[in-house]
Design a protein around this ligand. Structure first.
Ligand SMILES: Nc1ncnc2c1ncn2[C@@H]1O[C@H](COP(=O)(O)OP(=O)(O)OP(=O)(O)O)[C@@H](O)[C@H]1O
Ligand SMILES: [Mg+2]
Length: 378
């Protein structure tokens, strides 16, 4: 019998737990042509949610365009990704002529895959793209909106924080003007690395400053997880008492990836016809911690001294609400509030900690948090 818990990839269908409110909110925002900056920590379920929303849009009413910035390493990749997705949205009929009209001043090579989807590539020469050409690719969205007035165009960027790493600061500026000039197109900018995303939308010097509303994606609540997890155990001939599920969710704080991972590990060691007990749950967690222990130790050894102290403080307090209070500085041995501040900056920059939804800071990798608590308890 296959393990009913899935982690790592995009989840859909009955593997997708809840998110009813988020799906409805984002569908409404799309139909209202809103500009939204959708953010959440790594592996919280952003891509799965975006895919769900796209699938729920009616084909008669909405043209969704999903552009994944993750694999882009430079502006040329970004241009190619945008062009291909816009061309796909425009459809394959009268392809070349229409695509030429869509991307004025650029001569893309068009290939059509077995699935009938067009893919575009522009010649890759460093520095080849002029500002006008970048504009032309992004303004393809306007042309699609103009030629489909009966439909709502929703442009969605996933892994949007990657834009900052492309080494071309024109992209954000051009995007801002393309996005701001039209109120009839919905734009979703979805990303994880909280500090980068925050810089992009909340720093007054940034081109996209306040250009979009916020939509945070948070962990799934216990009330939604419990029936999902119990049902998956029961459907595969295993029992799990609610108290054990609650304990499991306490360990993962409902973060989707870590919850599925721990459920999967627990299911593996639970015999068919058996019950997932408290002690099996501890064993499942130990197996995962053991598997990661070398990685965690290497990571720990690579941290500067004050960052070690801060990571330990955050793991033990879980969450750490007042990192600069005299009591916390004294208890965890920080030299000064500024050295605690620098440690927070370092850990945030390295994606090890994030602001928690219930206030304060927490360790992003829930199992690293537990590993710290187990090893460095005071
Ligand atoms: N709604 C959900 N129901 C159940 N599990 C989920 C859900 N959303 C996400 N997950 C779990 O979390 C994992 C990561 O999901 P997903 O890739 O959608 O997250 P993400 O936020 O896009 O991650 P990344 O930051 O790596 O891009 C999935 O493989 C799955 O195990
Ligand atoms: Mg993702």
């Amino acid at each position: 019998m296959p393990n009913p818990f899935s982690y790592g990839g995009i989840v859909s269908g009955n593997e997708f737990c809840n998110r009813i409110k988020e799906v409805n909110d984002l569908i409404r925002a799309g139909l209202n042509a809103e500009k939204l900056f959708i953010h959440g920590e790594r592996r919280i379920g952003k891509t799965s949610l975006l895919r769900k929303v796209i699938n729920r849009f009616s084909k008669e009413d909405v043209i969704p365009v999903l552009i994944n910035v993750w694999k882009c390493v430079d502006a040329a990749d970004f241009v190619n990704a945008c062009a291909s997705r816009f061309a796909e949205a425009e459809g394959a009929s009268g392809l070349l002529k229409r695509i030429r009209a869509l991307f004025e001043g650029l001569s893309p090579a068009v290939t059509v895959g077995d699935d009938g989807k067009p893919s575009l590539t522009f010649e890759r020469k460093p520095g080849r793209f002029s500002t006008a050409q970048l504009e032309s690719v992004l303004k393809a969205s306007w042309k699609i909106a103009d030629s489909n007035r009966d439909k709502q165009l929703v442009v969605i960027f996933d892994e949007f924080q990657q834009i900052r790493l492309l080494g071309d600061d024109r992209i954000e500026r051009i995007l801002r003007s393309v996005v701001q000039e039209r109120s009839d197109i919905a734009w979703f900018f979805c990303g994880s690395r909280a500090h980068l995303i925050r810089e992009m939308f909340l720093d007054s010097g940034s081109p996209l400053y306040r250009s979009a509303g916020h939509y945070p994606i948070e962990a799934i609540t216990d009330e939604d997880w419990i029936p999902f997890i119990v049902q998956r155990f029961e459907a595969t001939e295993r029992d799990i008492p609610e108290a054990v599920v609650r304990k499991l969710l306490e360990a993962t704080s409902g973060q989707p990836f870590y919850t599925q991972l721990l459920c999967s590990s627990l299911w593996d060691i639970c015999e068919p016809g058996g019950t997932a007990t408290d002690s099996l749950m501890d064993q499942a967690l130990d197996i995962l911690l053991e598997r990661e222990s070398t990685t965690y130790l290497t990571l720990w050894n690579s941290l500067p001294e004050q960052s070690k102290r801060m990571l330990r403080a955050i793991a033990l307090e879980n969450p750490l609400e007042s990192p600069f209070s005299g009591e916390v500085l004294f208890r965890y041995g920080f030299k000064s509030p500024s050295s605690a501040g620098r440690a927070i900056e370092y850990l945030t920059h390295h994606d090890l900690i994030a602001g928690s939804t219930i206030g304060g800071y927490m360790v992003i990798d829930r199992f690293l948090g537990i590993w710290c608590r187990n090893n460095f308890r005071m």
